[in-house]
Each structure stands twice: as structure tokens, then as C-alpha cells.
Design a protein around this ligand. Structure first.
Ligand code: SF4
Length: 337
């Protein structure tokens, strides 16, 4: 006899208004209403026939959808318990994984320090392309870093970024810090132009980010900022890291410990560059609002979007509170629920 088995790499994450199905191996997701989770929880280990006989037409559609998307399989009952569970614990042997180095830092001091931590990725700011060329030749001509991106503060129209990249193969990208925030890549097919998107979350769906985000802030975790050759946990703050790179608290500011985000269905795929503020141990909030409101499942650019305050949600240094009745009324108006 065959029974139904849910793929463990498809994680069902509950948000305030709906659930999100993370397809970790394929890097995509799908949204569904909360009743779908009840359906998923109730079908495992049962036969297709016995499940189908108890479903309404919408649930049957979901069931077919799950099978067609390979989220759900039929397996012999005798093997049902043979599938190992995934250990989502995130671990790394390295004290630092990436580093942002500002132009006031002395690379002669910083690079050897980073090499000892196991750091893999660098972003270095230089005033001009000429200074970058000299410093890279001196300190990074031969390097074991997996990627080095540089940012040029003063663009000169005579700069030839393509030939710079050919001359310095250890550099993967150059970012020009002017209005266009144009970037050049050592792989021509990925050359692009992009704008800075402060405050706009970036979604990455994979096993690593999913695991890391359970306990960590995936934007800041194991990242350090060098200013004047001193290590800090964030850019432009006085959150100094000690010389042993002991884990600063911000690395552990996971979305589950952060106001608003803890109720968001995207919280284990979200790479958010806003600096969180600690209210007290294990409680974090942000001074600026994300452009997604999980209480009404709407993005800022969508019709009928409402801010957190308009929904009765308060998050600041003193408190985190919300008005469930008010949110329910708004959702009824928006979604007819
Ligand atoms: S509320 Fe915004 S920042 Fe927070 S998890 Fe959701 S999308 Fe990310």
C-alpha cells in the first residue's frame, strides 16, 4: 500500500495572514492561505484515496498542485519512516565570512587580520581608481578570497574599468558610487547597472540562508566593517567588535527575534540591510519600516497598502504591540476574510 509523503525540503512557513511554501532546492516559493497548512499536516502517512474522499474541491486542487509540483509523493508504507529529517542547524568554522573595508582603513593591517579569520568575501572602498590599482597590486595581487568587490568614490570619465578588471583578475566587480551606481563585472555577461536599494529586502531561497536565518541575522552575521582599521559590527555605528571577533549580539538578531519580521512569511529568505536595534535581550526592532506589511500581505507599491501605524501596529524602543481586531477589520475590507 502507498501512502503520502511530504518533501521535507519544501518548508511551510506561517506568517500572520498566510503561509509560504519554500522550495529550497529549486529556489522558489509559493503563497497560500493558512488553511493549506492544516491540509498539509493532515495528509501525511495516509493513502491518496482516503485523503481525497474527505476533501472539498479547493483542497483537491491544492492536492493535485502539490503532486504536480513534486512537493508530495506516494511511497510504500513500509518506507514511510525511512526518510531522514533535515538538520537545519547552521554552523561555520570561520569567525568572519565577509567584510566591508572603508577607504580610511590600512589594508596592510586589515588584510592579514581577515585572512586569519577565514573571511571569504571583501567589499573595499577606494577614493579613486588609481589608488585602487596601487593598493590592490600591493596587497591583493595574490589572494585566497573568493570574491573581492571594490567601490570607487570619485568617478573620472577617463577611467577604463574594463581594462582595470583585466589587469586585476582577483577583482570580481567594480561599483561606481555616483548617481547611476553603475557596476562592472569581470564576467561581461553579468555587467549591470543597479541602484542602491536601502531598506528593500532581497529574497534568497536556499538551504543555507534558510538554516542561517533561524538563529542569525543573515545580512550582518559574520560580516565586519572596517573603519580606520578598527572592526565594527555595522556600518556607521559605534558597535565595535573586539579583536577576537567574538560574536556581537547583532549577528544573532534573527527575524524570529525581531518585531514585525517574526510575523512575516518571508522571514527565512529575507536578506534585510536595515540595522536592527536591541530593545532588550532577544528583542529587536527597526527604526524604519519595511516596504512589506505582513499583517495585510501587501507591498508598499500595491493598491490599498496601509502602513503599520494605520493597522494599529506599534514597534519602537519601548514596546511592540498590535490591535488584532483592527487588523482583522482591515483584512476583511481588503480580502473579504
Ligand atoms: S517584514 Fe520585510 S524585512 Fe521583515 S521579514 Fe518580511 S519582508 Fe523581510
Amino acid at each position: 500500500m502507498n501512502v503520502l509523503k511530504w518533501m521535507e525540503e519544501i518548508q511551510v512557513i506561517k506568517g500572520y495572514t498566510r503561509v509560504c511554501l519554500y522550495d529550497l532546492p529549486r529556489g522558489n516559493f509559493r503563497l497560500a492561505d493558512k488553511t493549506t497548512q492544516v491540509l498539509i499536516d493532515s495528509i501525511e502517512g495516509k493513502t491518496m484515496d482516503s485523503v481525497q474522499s474527505n476533501l472539498d474541491s479547493t483542497e483537491k486542487e491544492w492536492l493535485n498542485e502539490f503532486k504536480n509540483s513534486e512537493y508530495l509523493f506516494e511511497v510504500p508504507e513500509s518506507t514511510f519512516k525511512s526518510f531522514p529529517t533535515i538538520n537545519f542547524q547552521w554552523e561555520t568554522p570561520f569567525r568572519v565570512l565577509s567584510s566591508f573595508i572603508d577607504k580610511s582603513s590600512d589594508l596592510e593591517l586589515v588584510i592579514p587580520t581577515l585572512e586569519q579569520t577565514g573571511c571569504k568575501h571583501l567589499w573595499i572602498v577606494f577614493d579613486t581608481l588609481d589608488i585602487a590599482s596601487k593598493e590592490i597590486t600591493k596587497h591583493l595581487e595574490y589572494s585566497y578570497f573568493l570574491s573581492i568587490e571594490i567601490q570607487i568614490e570619485k568617478h573620472n570619465p577617463s577611467n577604463n574599468y574594463e581594462s582595470f578588471l583585466k589587469k586585476h583578475p582577483t577583482i570580481s566587480n567594480i561599483h561606481i558610487n555616483d548617481e547611476s551606481f553603475k557596476s562592472y563585472s569581470s564576467s561581461p555577461e553579468v555587467s549591470f547597472s543597479s541602484k542602491k536599494t536601502k531598506g528593500k529586502p532581497l529574497f534568497q531561497i536556499n538551504l543555507l540562508i534558510f538554516s542561517e536565518s533561524k538563529e542569525h541575522n543573515v545580512f550582518f552575521n559574520r560580516k565586519i566593517y572596517f573603519t580606520g582599521s578598527k572592526p565594527f559590527a555595522t556600518e556607521g555605528t559605534d558597535c565595535r567588535i573586539n579583536d577576537n571577533f567574538d560574536e556581537p549580539k547583532i549577528w544573532l538578531s534573527s527575524k524570529d527575534k525581531t518585531d514585525i519580521c517574526k510575523h512575516c512569511e518571508y522571514r527565512y529568505m529575507c536578506v534585510d540591510n536595515r540595522i536592527p536595534v536591541m530593545r532588550k535581550e532577544n528583542e529587536w526592532y527597526h527604526d524604519t519600516e519595511c516596504n512589506y506589511n505582513p499583517y495585510i500581505a501587501k507591498w508598499e507599491n500595491e493598491e490599498n497598502y496601509k502602513t503599520l501605524i494605520e493597522c494599529g501596529v506599534i514597534s519602537n524602543k519601548n514596546e511592540f504591540s498590535f490591535n488584532h481586531e483592527k487588523i482583522a477589520e482591515i483584512n476583511k475590507e481588503l480580502w473579504g476574510e
